[in-house]
Design a protein around this ligand. Structure first.
Ligand code: IVH
Length: 680
């Protein structure tokens, strides 16, 4: 048997070896071994530390210098979706939240709540298996984030092995938390970056987001990232915790940092009081918070309430009133979008609000301009709604200069003379989509550029090397005057333009060529039809399967597609019935457009099976199981009927079990569940 001392010796040797190669790689730029060999050594160290909890990891490269340089972050699939939180803006909103939940439960229970700050950082999921940190991922779109294990391992605040457990922990659990930076650290870092002429970060959250997604973990190791852990995602033993409060207590014991401000409140009134106290404390905290979260404390009730598609029903975030700033409107201009809509925009004297500098704010449409009675040279109050988009709240009339004039929208383009009409909310719309002039001041000209920008964008045709500046040049030099012109670009013509090298032109033409063979949904989206976003394009492409069908489809058939409402159906019909659009697509086909039809989702043994779940299950919560079954293509129903294929029955199954027996429905017991799911 290998002795403890031998393992410790091996550990020390491995640590030294990795540190040596790290130094060679990072400081001397003179590596002695390949990246792959380095990765293997690093993995050996992680495995060793995971296997033997007694090893001293305080000075380990897994904690201090990551040294692992990746070329790209890999996708991280969450075991359970990382949801958002619903917002409350007043005490009444909180009362509604409680009422909604009581109604849903159909019982009169006194809830106790856990209240704590909502940290304004970056959400993270830490997956622990048998008490060891196995992997860590960012939120991403909620279902799939990015694997940032290499960076999380450098954070000394996060234990790689849970402490003081006495081996009492769930076999598997996802710890959810928020990574943040303390304000004094952030200001110091930005000051140093500025001194060294490096890019400074607009706010602490941007700094954290930029850090945690680094490919090179040695950079992250030097940044003072902190974490507060606040909840549980997937857990193998759903009865492990009885309350949210217990979750935090256990986290603390296990060495996972939690908020010092968290407290249990006996009822909603107490919770509301604590929210007010924490709100007053906001400016004294050494980190940014953007609200206070209140959660029903009892886990069984949480489980009963479950989630809506976006957020858990058992928690809500009380948001702070938006910060207000003041600035002067320098002028109001009209910005042309790709659909011909002209948006009035207030160009402002730059002002700092919530950590970012704001220099313009959209006024949306003429109704809004009139409602605010906003004019050039006015002083205005600005808020950042939802913490992001700046919005003009009101005009400071006291400061209005004499003789100011109301805003009058253009009724035609000053250059191409195309007329402008007004639709809903008095939104100005240019009545053209043909390029008639290449004058920079022409609205139609800007519109065409926007159309191109959208066409080549990442979710559309995804053409590399066609940024805004290149598009401007191509259009201004008349190399591109229609979408098909993109595919007529010739190397020799582009090379004649200033600033284009052979290599980049080759890449661009290659990317254009590849884009002719893209997915059907990307092309539909790229066409920029009003109201047809990426999701709708995917649904359309799944339904109609090929481009040809679009030309023969009428309004009613479009309505059959998931997500397509009356407006979208009208726009689709109009677009595909138009001769000029038909010609445009015909031209693209002649240039080689050959689209891929959507692939069918993989089928499984449970595809289209109707399943009902009842009773208590030892390894799954209802929500987890439902998600798992749905991902396998099953339909999860609430009640037993003749259509039910299977009943999954845990302990304490009641009437559903007897009904299923009567109807002769296959019953899957708790102990058979794993083999049923895995088709074994
Ligand atoms: S509880 C949504 N508690 O806010 C599932 N979330 O808008 C339950 N956040 O991405 C989350 N501080 O990462 C919870 N004390 C806190 C939080 C918190 C920050 C983040 C969370 C999530 C986002 C939801």
């Amino acid at each position: 048997m290998v002795s403890k001392t031998d393992i410790q010796k091996e550990h020390t040797k491995l640590k030294e070896k990795i540190k040596f190669h790290n130094e060679k790689y990072h400081s001397e730029d003179n590596p002695e071994i390949s990246d792959q060999e380095f990765d293997l050594l690093f993995k050996e160290l992680i495995d060793l530390e995971n296997k033997y909890a007694f090893l001293d990891t305080t000075d380990s490269p897994t904690r201090t210098v990551g040294g692992k340089k990746l070329s790209v972050l890999t996708p991280f699939k969450h075991e359970l979706p990382m949801l958002s939180l619903d917002n409350a803006f007043s005490s009444d909103d909180l009362k509604d939240f409680e009422k909604r939940n009581l109604n849903k439960l159909k019982e009169n229970i006194d809830f106790s709540y856990l209240v704590e700050p909502k940290i304004d950082g970056v959400a993270i999921s830490l997956f622990y298996q048998n008490g060891k940190l196995i992997r860590a991922g960012t939120r991403g779109d909620g279902l799939i984030g990015e694997d940032v294990t290499h960076n999380v391992l450098t954070m000394s605040e996060i234990p790689t092995t849970l402490k003081n457990t006495n081996l009492d922990y769930p076999k598997e659990m996802e710890v959810r938390g928020e990574i943040f930076v303390e304000l004094n650290d952030f200001h110091l870092i930005n000051k140093n970056f500025k001194k060294n002429n490096q890019k400074v970060f607009a706010n602490p959250r941007n700094f954290v987001a930029g850090s945690i997604r680094q490919l090179d973990s040695s950079i992250v190791a030097k940044r003072p990232l902190k974490i507060f852990c606040h909840s549980i995602g997937y857990i193998s033993d759903i009865n492990f915790f009885e309350t949210q409060d217990e979750v935090l207590k256990k986290f603390y014991e296990w060495g996972l940092p939690v908020s010092k401000e968290a407290e249990v409140c006996k009822n909603l009134d107490e919770a509301d009081n604590l929210i007010n106290l924490l709100t007053l404390k906001r400016d004294k905290l050494n980190y940014e918070i953007d609200g206070i979260v209140i959660k029903i404390n009892n886990k069984a009730i949480q489980e009963k309430l479950g989630n809506s598609s976006r957020s858990p029903r058992w928690a809500i975030a009380k948001k702070f009133a938006a910060e207000v700033g003041e600035s002067k409107i320098l002028n109001i201009s009209f910005q042309m979008g790709r659909t011909g809509v002209l948006t009035p925009v207030a160009n402002l004297e730059p002002v700092k609000l919530g950590g970012v500098t704001i220099s313009n704010a959209s006024l949306h449409n003429m109704d809004e301009v009139r409602r605010l009675d906003v004019r050039e040279n006015d002083y205005v109050k600005i808020i950042r709604a939802g913490d992001v988009i700046p919005k003009i709240k009101e005009v400071v009339l006291k400061k209005r200069e004499q003789g100011s004039k109301v805003v009058i929208p253009p009724n035609a383009c000053p250059t191409c003379k195309n007329t402008i009409s007004f639709f809903e909310s008095n939104t100005p719309l240019l009545n053209t989509n043909v390029l008639t002039t290449i004058d920079k001041n022409c609205y139609g000209f800007s519109q065409f550029k926007e159309t191109l920008k959208h066409f080549v964008s990442r979710n559309a045709m995804d053409i590399d090397g066609l940024g805004q500046r290149t598009i401007d040049i191509f259009v201004e030099k008349e190399l591109v005057t229609s979408l098909p012109d993109l595919y007529r670009l010739r190397e020799e013509d582009v090379l004649l333009l200033e600033g284009f090298a052979q290599k980049s032109v080759g890449k661009l033409l290659n990317s254009l060529n590849e884009s002719l063979n893209t997915d059907l949904h990307r092309f539909i989206y790229a066409l920029g039809i009003k109201e047809i976003g990426l999701e709708t394009s995917k649904n359309l492409s799944k339904y109609f399967k090929n481009l040809k069908s679009f030309f023969s489809i009428d309004y009613e058939t479009y309505l059959e597609v998931n997500d397509v409402g009356e407006v979208a159906a009208t726009n689709l019909e109009k677009f595909f019935k138009s001769d000029s659009n038909k010609n445009l697509i015909e031209e693209l086909i002649q240039l080689g457009l050959d689209l891929k039809s959507p692939v069918q989702i993989k089928t499984s043994h449970l595809t289209d099976k109707v399943i009902v779940v009842t009773g208590k299950l030892s390894n799954y919560s209802r929500e987890t199981l439902k998600l798992k079954l749905e991902n396998l293509g099953a339909k999860v129903a609430n009640s037993i009927s003749k259509k039910t294929d299977y009943l999954i029955a845990g302990s304490d199954s009641g009437t559903k079990l007897s009904k299923a027996k009567q109807l002769n429905i296959d019953i899957i017991s708790d102990s058979d569940l794993e083999s049923f799911i895995n088709n074994l």
